[in-house]
Design a protein around this ligand. Structure first.
Ligand code: HEM
Length: 369
């Protein structure tokens, strides 16, 4: 594995790895909105009714979090399929060892989903403000639990030496010094994504390329400045958490990250990060965000996410010998089904188009009551 990813890997394995990474990036785009959005809202609610009503970002989040959660879940299915083709043995073992603890993500996800709808219901609008804080905090805790579960499961996959001990003890937990900093890195990384996603949504409602009205300020910060602070603090936290995570990465994986396999992708992450930090810094000082600036930032952001996904994968490639499954990947590649796929793709496109047409014109977005 001394060649740039994905070169040097067997064709079938490289094919599935690329599909896995492409679909994982889509999952990250929506999952970040949900994870950072629910944290943003849970803390935002603590500022009280008046400030929350002035914050258009919170109003957007209340409106859009349920839909974004649906997208995050749906977008999780693609990588879930490919991870099983690529790392079936490791993934299934970690799932089985964590057992009920792992499966708990499903009921938690369902409860969180309903809480997000409750958050925008007329029922809660009639209740005391404190109830919105309670609901937002519970939903946020649930999404943090789900993120923690994915991280714990992922790290357990990689630590084969821990499997017999966990099985013998019947433990439903995998304890490792890597879990907390890695989870923290994911949570912080979600904030720069949220800032860009909210900026695009905000452009549909207000002009971000001119100074905001005084009534839109919260804690003395305009909407653009609040996004800039969100993104910049997210990056600071990501770097700090990654620095804390680094010592727990095995030597072979560190060499893979900085070597020919992952090194150039790490450089992509670094360049994307610098562009985003510089752009948000500029937006903060000028107090405006032009469309062109946002487009550059978005391109850098997507490149960064792809780089992060590949670097994340190099850690796993250093721990798991994919050559063992090479035969299976080749077999999987020979299995067809394109006509069935196309039929369902068309049926789904028609159903989605019909739904969009039905609700179009009835959607209202505004500040909260
Ligand atoms: C909306 C709640 C969700 C959150 C907050 C969440 C969070 C995460 C996080 C933090 C990771 C990275 C784990 C790591 O590398 O340490 C991850 C990976 C992943 N998630 Fe999600 N996730 C959510 C829902 C889902 C759902 C419902 C699915 C499946 C349908 C899913 C599929 C995946 C897959 C396949 C991976 C990659 C696993 C691997 O490569 O080992 N996620 N998710």
């Amino acid at each position: 594995m001394n060649t740039l990813f994905p070169l040097g890997l067997p064709a079938a394995t490289a094919f599935y790895l690329c599909l896995y990474l492409a679909t994982l990036v889509v999952h990250l785009i929506f999952m970040h909105y949900v994870l950072a959005g629910s944290i943003y809202l849970a803390f935002g609610r603590l500022m009280g009714r008046a400030r929350c009503q002035a914050c258009s970002w919170q109003a957007i989040l209340v409106d859009w979090l349920p839909f974004a959660t649906g997208l995050a879940i749906t977008a999780g299915v693609g990588p879930l399929l490919f991870v099983q083709i690529l790392y079936g043995r490791e993934f299934a073992t970690a799932n089985l060892l964590l057992s009920h603890r792992w499966m708990a993500i499903l009921p938690v996800l369902i409860v969180c989903f309903y809480l997000l709808y409750l958050q925008k219901s007329a029922w809660i609008a009639r209740r005391a403000w404190a109830w919105r804080s309670v609901v937002a905090a519970i939903a946020c805790a649930g999404f943090l639990f789900i993120a923690w579960s994915w991280t714990e499961n992922h790290l357990l996959m990689l630590d084969q030496a821990a499997w017999p001990g966990i099985y013998a003890a019947g433990s439903l937990r995998y304890e490792s010094a890597a879990v907390l900093p890695r989870l923290a890195a994911w949570c912080f990384l979600a904030f720069p994504s949220l800032a860009i996603e909210l900026a695009w949504q905000g452009r549909l409602l207000d002009r971000l390329d001119e100074p905001a009205a005084a009534g839109m300020q919260v804690l003395g910060l305009s909407p653009v400045r609040r996004l800039a602070v969100t993104a910049l603090c997210g990056w600071a936290g990501t770097l700090l958490a990654s620095w804390a995570y680094w010592p727990s990465i095995p030597d072979a994986a560190r060499a893979a990250i900085t070597g020919p396999l992952g090194g150039p992708w790490l450089a992509v992450v670094a360049v994307g990060l610098v562009i985003q930090i510089a752009s948000w810094g500029g937006a903060f000082f000028s107090d405006r965000l032009a469309r062109g600036q946002l487009i550059v930032m978005t391109a850098a952001w997507v490149a960064t996410l792809l780089g992060v996904a590949v670097v994340r994968e190099t850690i796993r490639l250093a721990a798991v010998d994919l050559a063992i499954g090479g035969q299976l990947h080749q077999q999987a590649l020979g299995i067809g089904g394109l006509p069935v796929f196309l039929v369902f793709a068309v049926l789904n496109a028609v159903a989605i188009g019909w739904c969009i047409r039905t609700v179009r014109g009835q959607v209202t977005t505004g500040s909260e009551g």
